[in-house]
Design a protein around this ligand. Structure first.
Ligand code: GLN
Length: 226
């Protein structure tokens, strides 16, 4: 036996692993139903940042682009110099979720009429694609990714997704057209879950944003700097 007692490991006490910090989420607050999205996130325990300037994107893991009027929102995006920073946010790994007008803004191609768009989601989309006589309607659509029951669907002058690229997953359909899609950490719905009591799509988005947060902290060795 040596002169010294056997070495013991000095370190943190064993215990439950610390729960990961929640993702930081912003809601684009230029126009449209941003306050309702913030309210859903609050129900899920997340206090969202209202984004009106590019500087507010700093440090966020996910951003929701709400419904509203896409041409008006586009005008404000350009006026506030937010267009390129939003493209960069997605390119740098931030999660995005666009509802209705938000989906239009994120699309690769917008028609009816054609309109400039961020091109962060590989879809072609027709504005007001359900036609005037069906400007607003209610429904429900199955979504196997989110389980039972069917997702309640509120459609307000909603667009129709008329084409999806090869990396786009269709998570739910309405009247034979994609209504909820995902490409990596980008989600879009042509309908408005923030107008229902169903928080599953927002919770799903928070999971993607948490992945974005983890990826960023791994890249920066623990300090998050997006
Ligand atoms: N029709 C609107 C547009 O083209 C979108 C409607 C909505 O977001 N509910 O921008």
């Amino acid at each position: 036996m040596g002169a010294f007692p056997e070495a013991t490991t000095v370190g943190p006490r064993p215990g439950p692993a610390p729960s990961p910090a929640p993702p930081r989420i912003g809601v684009l607050a230029l126009q449209g139903s941003f306050a309702l999205h913030a309210a859903v996130l609050r129900r899920l325990g997340i206090e969202a940042v209202e984004v009106r300037r590019a500087a507010a994107l700093e440090g966020l893991d996910g951003l929701i682009i709400p419904g509203g009027e896409s041409s008006t929102m586009l005008k404000f995006l350009l006026e506030e110099d937010l267009f390129d920073p939003l493209v960069a946010f997605q390119r740098d790994g931030g999660a995005l979720y666009g509802t209705c007008a938000g989906a239009i803004l994120m699309a690769r191609t917008v028609e009816n009429p054609a309109q400039k768009s961020l091109g962060v989601l590989d879809i072609e989309i027709q504005r007001n694609g359900y036609g005037r006589q069906l400007e607003s309607h209610l429904g429900a659509c199955p979504c196997s990714a989110l389980g039972e029951p069917d997702l309640p669907l509120v459609m307000i002058r909603g667009p129709v997704i008329s084409d999806t690229g090869p990396r786009v997953e269709v998570l739910a359909e309405w009247r034979g057209q994609p209504a909820f899609v995902r490409e990596g950490k980008v989600l879009a719905t042509t309908f408005h879950p923030e107008l229902t009591d169903d928080t599953r799509i927002h919770a799903y988005f928070l999971e993607l944003a948490a992945e974005a947060r983890e990826a960023t902290s791994r890249k920066s060795g623990g300090t998050i700097s997006r």
